[in-house]
Design a binder for this molecule. Sequence first.
Ligand code: F6P
Length: 514
Amino acid sequence: MDTLWRMLRSNRAVSEDRSILSLFDDPARFDDFSVSTAGMLLDYSKTSIDTDARRLLVQLAEEAGVEAQREAMFGGEKINRSEDRAVLHTALRNQNGPVMLGGADVMPDVRATLTRMASFASALRNGEIKAADGGPITEVISIGIGGSDLGPAMGVKALGAYHDGPKVRFVSNIDGAHFTEASKRADPARTLVIVASKTFTTIETMTNAETAKKWLGAGAESQMVAISSALDKTAAFGIPADRVFGFEDWVGGRYSIWGPIGLPIMLAVGPQCFGEFLDGGSAMDTHFCNAPLAENMPVLLALTGIWHRNICDYPTRATLPYDQRLSRLPAYLQQLDMESNGKCVTADGKPVTQLTGPVIWGQAGTNGQHAFYQLLHQGTNVVPCEFMVAAEGFEPALQHHHELLKANCLAQSEALMRGRASKNMRPCREFPGNRPSTTLAYKKLTPFVLGQIIALYEHRVFVEGVIWGINSFDQWGVELGKEMATALVPLVQGADASDKDGSTQGLLKALDAG
Ligand code: F6P
């Protein structure tokens, strides 16, 4: 791969002074540098990638073994080597026959869990499942953090146009303010509390779960549901087995939205819409597994990422959905990408030879335009921008809003690329331009489209990880801070801190409430 990296850098050296805009001298540029699947279009023509660069990037993916790794993942091999686990979240949305793991098909269990979720969701939504006092359940509080929170919280918001079930609130932070604020307008007699934690040991979730149990009062367990891989721990917590939805260790936390962790979404929008969400993910899987690399949407999105990170040296990238209901997507993708690809050793434990995951950040447009776009247009760091926009909104009476939204999205990518010379020679009015972006365009934010988007980004992260030679499915980097927090609790409560560094001792004193 070294030769390819070198050739790519030479290509960049040659093309660096060429404007992105000049690439459109070729009238076929847009058609040639965009890719479609199942009604979704990814335009990557507003980047500096030219035909040679794309050919080299595709070769890079080939040489890195993307196709073999893809087969290994879908085939149930233990590609998460540091945790000795398969990576089969795709089975949760699979519609293509058996998925084998260690000689057995996992699909019967996957379908059985989905059926249980659907029965539970329907019964709760139609009032058959009642609160401890026999009254209706009208609200849900879902407690979880990281992958056990970001996915359902993002999904419930994203599918707001389909939300016809109970109100769903989310509590993640260990800060007591979060539970207090979420529960303050809820009635414990009418609320179902979901405790979502793969491990059922996460300190934030278990602390909030204990608080919720007290808040619910007598009969709390009958108004609680657990979602976890640790069935012994859910039982020890006191949640009856028929209120526990389990999932396997081959579903990583940040990839778990497709199964029981997605229950809050199913409660909000119903089993049918949730099924359409799974269909969308499955459609993207089919495309990812079958399309040639040079016409493969997740692969091409990954290769633009590699180009910007490794060849252009851009340290961050922005996720900019022009779709208010996707306002939680940047945070969701931040975990998906940064927890997966923020690694400095390879899957073999050697130092990486290329820069790995960039900083992922963003916000829904148009709000960001009035906050940080100043830096996008005139700052000293170039930030590749990933725009998303729907052809149609859900508010026919507000059609003009949607037209303005689309115009703003297109204006931003054009302005970033085109820039503008100052008319009156004032440098502060100049826009350097030549700043890259991609745009993902889709008809409407349906459950199916949401499934496509999430699966697209999962596979993009996977392909980038394969090219960097890292394990995208572990997260050892979160451990040290967790261990130190546990050790610091007694010190916060007043125990001797003399073996701590000066800063920690000083801060402990400053934060001593006594
Ligand atoms: O701390 C990181 C992490 O392990 C994530 O990977 C995970 O999504 C989150 O914590 C929550 O973990 P759990 O579902 O086990 O509570």
